[in-house]
Write a protein that binds this ligand. Structure first.
Ligand code: GTP
Ligand code: MG
Length: 454
């Protein structure tokens, strides 16, 4: 995420740190570097200018210049200003005090509205909360099918328009769906509206009508982060003509350059509330300006990582695991389960981006393919019998041959995996020993898993 921007800023700061005492020229030079980097990242020029003015005023102030660690102080100033730029605090989605809460997703074609509707529904899904997804799109016949598929995967209901409303078009469908939700005691309605290739008056008029008809608690623009400045312009237009409460930026995990994420709040005054980081339904993260600033400055986002890990590794599982490691009964079967769970945390690229210095590591790991290694490790472990996984001591030469064949790998690969498994086991044991009770730190897990794959 925002890898290029992050790497360039890191280089600029490295130079500052290397210098010790700083004079005015050092700082001015660094600021010029930051300015270029932000412009290259497609941040709105006016946003860059204001940002730099503020940073400069602080960075050249007495406090920074006279401090013993001026380099770090400059980073701190930039960090604070980046947070401010993106809105400082996480902006939550409003829940209505009189259910149903209605959230309306708008945006251009292909920006990710339907996928995001599903993601948001999943994010807010909890026992006892009744959610209704509504396909307010009669332009594309496949639109409702797409939403139904998502609803099916999540076990969330998708509103089925009656014959009457489908003639009346999108506005009628939304009105009817909200009415249905009210009388059916639903808690949350998510309206997935139709997109267009370009902004046109007809689309805006229709969205405006829907808004007037159902009074949503949130109108959220879903915008593709890859489109940079276009996403910002879009946000301006939608806000002027429909009125927005916030933005969800999708496709943030790729090589989006940062223009959208850094400019939207500053230009439109509307906060980014969530970001989409992948195609899967769990690839949605609440947007925290401070954590994003931290990521951009190469300091990682350990907090989000821990939250995600807590989701995936349930508390009691972690304890169970720790017990096994302590008593030396951690088997290849447990390892297989761990592989599955680590996979659910997302791609390695994504994970690395959240670890301090991870962006730089990525650059160094260009020739390594951790994803491929994981897959290979999984194939090898899957090719073992249950008995072999539970008691790896029985895996002799002929069994190794069979496992290699079954997994489409070589005996060498199998040997290496087994060796690394034993080494990692030792390492994890040492790690839990030091840390005492209270769940296994994920950092240790990652370290232990690194290099697996035969
Ligand atoms: N990589 C990535 N892909 C995404 C993300 N969000 C959505 N997509 C993909 O973007 C494509 C378009 O998504 P849709 O949800 O169908 O977009 P839409 O806005 O509903 O499109 P229309 O209904 O045609 O206007 C799909 O292939 C999604 O899988 C994301 O956060 N990351
Ligand atoms: Mg759609």
């Amino acid at each position: 995420m925002l890898g290029q921007l992050s790497q360039k800023l890191e280089q600029i700061f490295k130079k500052l740190h290397g210098k010790g005492l700083l004079n005015e020229q050092d700082i001015t030079e660094a600021l010029r570097g930051i300015k270029l980097t932000l412009l290259e990242a497609d941040v709105h020029y006016k946003v860059v200018k204001d940002f730099l003015d503020r940073v400069q005023a602080k960075a050249l102030g007495q406090e920074v210049m006279a401090s013993v660690t001026p380099g770090q102080q400059v980073v701190k100033v930039v960090f604070d200003e980046l947070c401010l730029l993106m809105g400082e605090k996480q902006a939550p989605l409003r829940l209505s005090s009189t259910p149903p809460t209605v959230w309306m997703l708008v945006g251009l074609q292909g920006s990710g509205k339907t996928t995001t509707s599903g993601k948001v529904a999943k994010f807010f899904q909890k026992p006892g909360r009744r959610i209704l997804l509504v396909a307010a799109d009669t332009h594309r016949p496949a639109a409702i099918e797409q939403l139904k598929t998502l609803g099916g995967q999540l076990g969330i209901e998708v509103y089925q328009p009656t014959g009457e409303s489908s003639i009346g078009g999108e506005v009628a469908i939304c009105k009817e769906a909200v009415q249905f939700a009210r009388s059916g005691f639903y808690d949350l309605v998510i309206l997935d509206t139709a997109g267009r290739l370009h902004i046109d008056d007809e689309l805006m008029a229709q969205l405006h009508q829907i808004k007037e008809a159902v009074h949503p608690d949130e109108v959220l623009l879903v915008a593709d982060a890859m489109t940079g400045q276009d996403a910002v312009k879009m946000a301006e237009r939608f806000d002027q003509q429909v009125g927005l409460d916030g933005v969800i930026l999708t496709k943030m995990e790729g090589d989006a350059r940062g223009g959208a994420v850094l400019s939207i709040k500053a230009v439109t005054g509307k906060p980014i509330k969530f970001v989409g980081v992948g195609e899967k339904l769990d690839a949605l993260e609440p947007f925290h300006p401070d954590r994003m600033a931290s990521r951009i400055l190469g300091m990682g986002d350990v907090l989000s990582l821990i939250e995600q890990a807590q989701e995936v590794f349930k508390e009691n599982q972690a304890e169970e695991l720790e017990k096994k490691i302590r008593s030396d009964s951690f088997t290849l079967e447990d390892f297989q389960e761990q592989l599955r769970q680590v996979k659910r945390l997302g791609s390695f690229d994504h994970l690395l981006g959240m670890i301090p210095g991870g962006e730089r590591l990525k650059g160094m790991m260009i020739n390594e393919q951790p994803e491929k290694e994981m897959k290979r490790a999984e194939a090898i472990v899957n090719s073992m019998t249950k008995m072999e996984r539970r008691n790896s001591a029985v895996i002799n030469g002929s069994r190794r041959k069979r496992i290699a064949k079954g997994s489409g790998t070589s005996v060498e690969n199998v040997n290496r995996l087994l060796k690394q498994f034993f080494e990692a086991k030792k390492m994890m044991k040492a790690f839990t020993g030091k840390r005492g009770r209270g769940g296994l730190p994920i950092g240790g897990l990652f370290k232990a898993f690194k290099g697996f794959g035969g």
